[in-house]
Design a binder for this molecule. Sequence first.
Ligand SMILES: NC(=O)c1ccc[n+]([C@@H]2O[C@H](COP(=O)([O-])OP(=O)(O)OC[C@H]3O[C@@H](n4cnc5c(N)ncnc54)[C@H](OP(=O)(O)O)[C@@H]3O)[C@@H](O)[C@H]2O)c1
Length: 309
Amino acid sequence: MDRKRDSNRFGSMAKANLTMPHYLITGAGGMLAHAFRTDPDFADHVALSHSQLDITDGRACHDALRRHKPAVVLNCAAFTDVTAAQQDPREAYRVNADGPRNLADACRAAGCRLVHFSTDYVFPGTHGGYRETDPTLPVNRYGASKLEGEELVRGLLPGALIVRVSWLFGPGGHNFVSAVGSWLLERDEVRIVDDQFGKVTYTRDVAQAVLGLLRREAAGVFHYANAGRCSRFEFTVEMARLLSEKHMVARVSPTSADAFPDPTPRPTDSSMSTHKYERFTGSPSPSWQNALQRYLKTGALPLNPTRLL
Ligand SMILES: NC(=O)c1ccc[n+]([C@@H]2O[C@H](COP(=O)([O-])OP(=O)(O)OC[C@H]3O[C@@H](n4cnc5c(N)ncnc54)[C@H](OP(=O)(O)O)[C@@H]3O)[C@@H](O)[C@H]2O)c1
């Protein structure tokens, strides 16, 4: 169990009662959880990994909240393998729908707040620019299981905060950005699709966005992503440009999604509007180029010493 305290923001509360963390983080071994666990603003937390709290176990959720008495639960637990969800939808629904329902139920009983994370994959992804009020229509079972999770949470706990993010990347996890980064540093050529569009979301920016929303008592659905829509190809070209300042990088060539036949349907453009978040908090989200630069500076990408310039 990973437990930390921030003596600045929560010092007096921590001294008053050492058994009450402000935040309880589920799915603590995952990529988004890593951002909350390492952000000083969330230092007063208890972080429970999958083996410490299985959110599909309703009783365990109630017990965890009774034991730790958090003010806010950050549900970072999810079944995120989109291909596996298509093949095993029952397990995807168990984790992505029944799990959040269990947590909402436990939060209601304990009187604590719930922040739940969802995805751009709740949208059909035909045109992009999706707003919170736009109709949902997932094209695959992962998206459908996440949508059901949202609906169950909303039904049980209308005050819950549901944050939809897209193309998540950050330290402590395997993702599109870390995969492409490794290819750029190891291969001679990288072929990347130029006909799939979205918005990337840096996990560290999500943590700060959630803080801003919680401070303003936000409830309901909010979209959050870094500013600027891009294709996977455009993103890779920018990443190659940044890496090429110090490394030999692969040549980047555009290709079509048709070149990589995939039995799991995926949206073509699921980019989401973040206007609601920006209006509500008064904070513009940083651009994806800025987020990528900050990510590369963390050293999260394993650099190849034989390719240093
Ligand atoms: N990654 C993306 O590109 C992306 C895009 C849009 C939205 N999102 C959403 O953002 C959130 C965070 O995603 P992420 O990328 O950080 O996911 P992640 O890295 O896959 O982490 C998910 C964590 O949940 C844990 N978990 C799985 N089943 C569980 C269960 N039954 N009980 C408790 N923990 C369980 C996993 O543990 P094990 O590995 O041990 O099973 C893992 O540590 C999710 O809600 C996801 O749907 C992600």
